[in-house]
Design a binder for this molecule. Structure first.
Ligand SMILES: Cc1cc2nc3c(=O)[nH]c(=O)nc-3n(C[C@H](O)[C@H](O)[C@H](O)COP(=O)(O)OP(=O)(O)OC[C@H]3O[C@@H](n4cnc5c(N)ncnc54)[C@H](O)[C@@H]3O)c2cc1C
Length: 304
């Protein structure tokens, strides 16, 4: 029986681990991937204080190094479910069951899909959710970036250094990305903005060949010949493992102490309902969740 099990070894989970170990809790972090954390796929991170410009992989490695030095133990497993047994939580993994007094769910999120015909068919054959990972395949070609937030504009900029032309297709007539990124994108000669437009279908043979676009104001349908589509329309949280209150796409609802609707089950980072999903908010959530878990575990031990 551990004091605390943290599910997910991304920025939120490792920060929770660092705080929990420093509070003297017998802590285990469970991570299913060899390379944890969505941020590892980011080409550049320029908004995490202390690191004016760092690759996502390097930042993630620094988190791992820090956690290891603090004594955080990371166990490699895929968590299937979390069962609430009152004062004891059972964590069902592909390597057997584990028990803890409290659990922090820090399972992050995955890119949200557009949900249009052709998206699944052409996955890895022209459809991608990560320019850092797949951008180099599109050297000298024409690509669409779907979305208007930070991720869309950041990756449009990455692609503009690789591809011939980048078309940013956005359903509104303005971007949500921060003004620094907007200016950089507007200054790029090979980035074209296609406003008030959505992708209706992705077509091709073996690989993507064209996108069917619809203007949301005029309903006009057009075709654009392209080689790749990079999609950035939000995130879907990885929260199916726990039966706790959720909202929207499945984001876990917590109070300000990061506690979910089930006593002793906490949530932190991108899997939590909040107003911003970034590294800086994930690490903050992780720290708060660990301190709240410590408070909870102390009271459970005292009562028994
Ligand atoms: C391309 C890209 C660029 C980005 N750029 C920036 C940026 O510049 N600045 C910024 O602040 N943020 C950026 N972000 C967002 C940032 O990566 C996330 O906000 C942050 O990683 C959230 O951390 P997290 O720990 O909550 O979740 P994650 O990083 O998603 O980590 C969750 C971990 O949980 C593991 N996991 C999930 N389910 C299970 C399970 N069942 N069992 C075991 N393990 C499990 C996953 O493998 C993963 O390692 C970017 C994201 C992407 C995709």
């Amino acid at each position: 029986m551990h004091d605390l099990i943290i599910i997910g070894g991304g920025p939120a989970g490792l920060t929770a681990g660092i705080y929990a170990v420093r509070y003297g809790l017998d802590t285990l972090v469970i991570e299913k991937n060899v390379v944890p954390g969505q941020i590892a796929t980011a080409d550049r991170v320029e908004n995490y204080p202390g690191f004016p410009s760092i690759s996502g992989m390097e930042l993630m490695n620094k988190f791992k190094e820090h956690a290891e030095k603090t004594g955080v133990i990371v166990h490699s497993s895929d968590v299937r479910s979390v069962k609430d047994g009152g004062d004891k939580k059972v964590i069902v993994t592909d390597n057997g069951d584990l028990e803890a007094l409290a659990v922090i769910i820090a399972t992050g999120a995955n890119p949200r899909r557009l949900g249009v015909p052709g998206e699944d068919t052409f996955l890895t054959k022209g459809v991608s959710y990560c320019a850092t990972c797949d951008g180099p395949f599109y050297a000298g070609q024409n690509v669409i970036v779907v979305g208007g937030g930070e991720s869309a504009v950041t990756d449009a900029l990455i692609l503009s250094d690789i591809a011939e032309n980048v078309y940013v297709v956005h359903r509104r007539d303005e971007l949500r990305a921060c003004s620094i990124l907007q200016k950089r994108a507007f200054d790029k000669e090979n980035i074209t903005f296609v406003w008030d437009t959505v992708v209706q279908e992705i077509k091709g043979g073996e690989f993507v060949e064209k996108a069917i676009l619809k203007n949301t104001k005029t309903d006009e349908i057009t075709e654009m010949e392209i080689d790749g589509i990079f999609i950035y329309v939000g995130i879907t949280p990885n929260t199916s493992i726990a039966d706790v209150e959720k909202q929207g796409a499945g984001f876990i609802v917590t109070d300000e102490k990061m506690e979910s609707s089930v006593s002793g089950i906490f949530a932190a980072g991108d899997c939590r309902r909040t107003s911003m999903w970034q590294v800086v908010t994930a690490v903050s959530d992780g720290a708060v969740a660990a301190i709240s878990a410590h408070e909870y575990i102390t009271s459970v031990k005292f009562e028994n």
